[in-house]
Design a protein around this ligand. Structure first.
Ligand SMILES: *Cc1c(COP(=O)(O)O)cnc(C)c1O
Length: 365
């Protein structure tokens, strides 16, 4: 589509495609005139918010006329303690996407290279291209990161390499030894981002908490989010853990009040709500098994997942299946935009939602 103002825009915008979010429930229901649709499209927590979080937000409502604490003192202190770092090493974001965007603005510019894998999270190219950096894509192996292929593409122009572990949209996982060897092999001039948005869900015994490596690798930035297992997607809170000097640079490009006061209070309450997190993880484990068994019964292939979603190889173009599922009131995510036109990514819901999805999928196949 042509844009009258494209010649006036920053050069990277010509090739940039906007992020496509999952369709909101209200929009689908308006279009179809139905009421009981389910959304399994955006890897959201199906449990609803924790009561402790709702109480924390209510307690904060009286302060709505005030700017939030721009330094997020209480939240950053709690996060620093959790990760065993100084608060100066914590950068809060309006969702972790905000932190990813700060990383791009701090460490990438025209002439620099931004390196990631085939099937990488869509925000990496968006933030990189917006600042005029050149994107370099390494081929994937079995839908996951091929660390040798990534390492082979590091050049003296590489500013940032981005790795989601587990990866979205494929759910694949890198183990401790492999990822550590890769990070250690990087020149210290390359910032290595490990995006751990699904950290809390992972059950694999060899899965690394890379925030524990920060004493060893000054060029490492670990990002986490409250949007998934903590169930706060609407509030937009995430954070980065890094060397304090790296955090200092991120803070130079950070908007002063990027995390609002309700979000800060909610995140702090969520951190302390151990029961909710545990329930999130249990429901996810059971739901993932339910989806895998159902998909196998339907004779479909899938990518084994370590997150809160399952990416299914439908064996045919997934877009028409997606449209048919929408007619049944089930929103999932076809991922042709990631170069996987036959795959459908479905978020793990509660048992009844998973059952309804499997039933609808069986009918539309
Ligand atoms: C969901 C997700 C995020 C989190 O985004 P927020 O901005 O924190 O909501 C980050 N990275 C990946 C790979 C994700 O899938």
């Amino acid at each position: 589509m042509s844009n009258r103002f494209i010649d006036l825009a920053a050069p990277g915008l010509a090739a940039l495609k906007p992020y496509v979010p999952g369709k909101p429930l209200s929009e689908l229901e308006r279009e179809l005139g139905i009421r009981d649709s389910i959304k399994l499209a955006s890897n959201e927590n199906p449990l609803g918010p924790s009561p402790a979080v709702m109480r924390a937000i209510e307690a904060e409502l009286g302060n709505l006329t005030r700017y939030p604490d721009g330094g997020a003192y209480a939240l950053r202190s709690a996060l620093a303690k959790r990760h065993g770092v100084e608060p100066a090493g914590i950068t809060v974001g309006n969702g972790s996407n905000d932190v990813l965007d700060m990383i791009a603005r701090a460490f990438l510019w025209s002439g620099r290279e931004s390196l990631f894998s085939q099937y990488a999270f869509a925000v990496y190219p968006i933030s990189s291209m917006a600042v005029g950096a050149t994107t370099v894509v390494a081929p994937a192996k079995d839908y996951g990161h091929d660390l040798q292929a990534l390492r082979d593409r590091v050049s003296d122009r590489t500013g940032v390499v981005w790795i989601a572990n587990p990866n979205n949209p494929t759910g694949t996982l890198l183990t401790e030894a492999a990822l550590r060897e890769f990070v250690a092999s990087l020149p210290s001039s390359v910032m290595c981002v490990v995006d751990e948005a699904y950290f809390e869900y992972v059950q694999h015994g060899d899965y690394p908490d890379t925030s524990r490596w920060l004493g060893e690798f000054d060029n490492l930035i670990v990002t986490r989010t409250f949007s998934k297992a903590y169930g706060l997607a609407a509030l937009r809170v995430g954070y980065g853990v890094s060397h304090p000097d790296v955090a200092d640079l991120l803070n130079r490009v950070r908007q002063p009040f990027n995390v609002d006061s309700l979000a800060q209070a909610a995140a702090l309450a969520a951190l302390n709500d151990v029961d909710y997190l545990q329930r999130s993880v249990e429901v996810n484990q059971r739901g993932l098994r339910q989806l895998v068994e159902g998909v196998e019964r339907l004779g479909l292939d899938y990518i084994p997942s370590h997150g809160n979603f399952l990416t299914i190889d439908t064996g045919r173009e997934a877009a028409p299946l997606d449209r048919a599922l929408l007619q049944q009131g089930v929103i999932t995510r076809p991922i042709a935009n990631y170069g996987l036109p036959n795959h459908l990514r479905v978020t793990v819901g509660v048992e009844a939602e998973n059952a309804r999805f499997l039933d609808a999928l069986g009918r539309v196949l």
